[in-house]
Write a new protein. Structure first.
Length: 277
């Protein structure tokens, strides 16, 4: 087994943004680190013990949390986070000037494919890595900034996002909410077939809850459309040692467990054995 080469980092948070609902963004600045990042990769992060007094330090979460890279521009790296448990609650309490502990960037990102009609599909907290991906597709001349309106007009790039309600809505081309409080009512996957047909989509990138990814993969497999998905998984280590995040990849006759944190989190959706987990 290859031994992971880890570098534990400490970086100062230079700003934070409060978003709707339980969402927030933490920003750090590191140009050298930013040059190593790719869309779809993630960092393991946690609040530094220095933010708490001696009594509180004992209750700080010891495990790092895997957080996708939301943005990366000239060393300005953003982590788009939803407050859902003790680890993210500790991160939520951080403010500008506090220290953040990091490991990363980790994992493999999205492959860049040229000359295709692309659909981005995200759900809930699956939004951040696709924001970064969209920016990089445009930035690297796979899609051009000055043609962005034409890209949408000519169906070369379209982004659909879904959430439980209005607090889960973020900028994109089409929104679905389960409660109908914003955009179209229903699950985000309900509109995928129609979009594929109308816009002649031949490549999909996705990130979101497992049921959403499974349904998206079922559709793309049936229509034989190339599809890359970013999976979320519980990670005890985040560096490929514990195999706690392994998923079955291959075909029914020849498959193996691959680690979301190491070989992923991005996989070819057509190679994931969705019926086995």
């Amino acid at each position: 087994m290859d031994k992971p080469k880890l570098q534990f980092l400490e970086r100062t948070i230079y700003s934070r943004e409060e978003l709707c609902g339980d969402y927030f963004i933490l920003w750090i600045w590191d140009e050298a680190l930013g040059e190593k990042c790719q869309p779809g990769q993630f960092f393991e992060i946690r609040a530094h013990y220095s933010i708490a007094d001696a009594e509180e330090t004992r209750s700080l979460p010891k495990l790092f949390k895997p957080i996708s890279i939301y943005d990366n521009a000239e060393g300005r790296i953003g982590f788009f986070i939803k407050k859902v448990g003790s680890g993210t609650n500790a991160l939520y309490k951080l403010k500008a000037g506090d220290l953040l502990e990091l490991i990363g960037p980790l994992g493999n990102g999205f492959p860049f494919v040229t000359g295709r009609r692309i659909l981005l599909v995200s759900g809930g907290i699956g939004y951040p890595p696709l924001w970064y991906l969209q920016k990089e597709l445009i930035k690297h001349n796979l899609l051009l900034w000055y043609l962005q309106k034409e890209l949408i007009k000519h169906n070369l790039l379209y982004w659909v996002h879904g959430g439980s309600g209005q607090s889960d809505v973020f900028p994109c081309d089409e929104v679905w909410t389960e409660d109908g409080s914003f955009g179209k009512k229903g699950m985000v996957t309900e509109g995928i077939r129609k979009l594929i047909a109308e816009k002649k989509i031949d490549l999909i990138y996705s990130c979101g809850p497992l049921p959403m990814l499974k349904e998206c993969a079922r559709i793309t497999n049936k229509l034989n459309i190339e599809h890359y998905c970013s999976l979320e998984a519980y990670m005890a280590c985040g560096i490929g040692v514990c195999y706690g995040c392994a998923i079955p990849v291959g075909n029914e006759n020849d498959w193996n467990y691959l680690r979301v944190c190491k070989e992923g989190p991005v996989f070819n959706a057509g190679e994931v054995l969705w019926n086995k987990f």
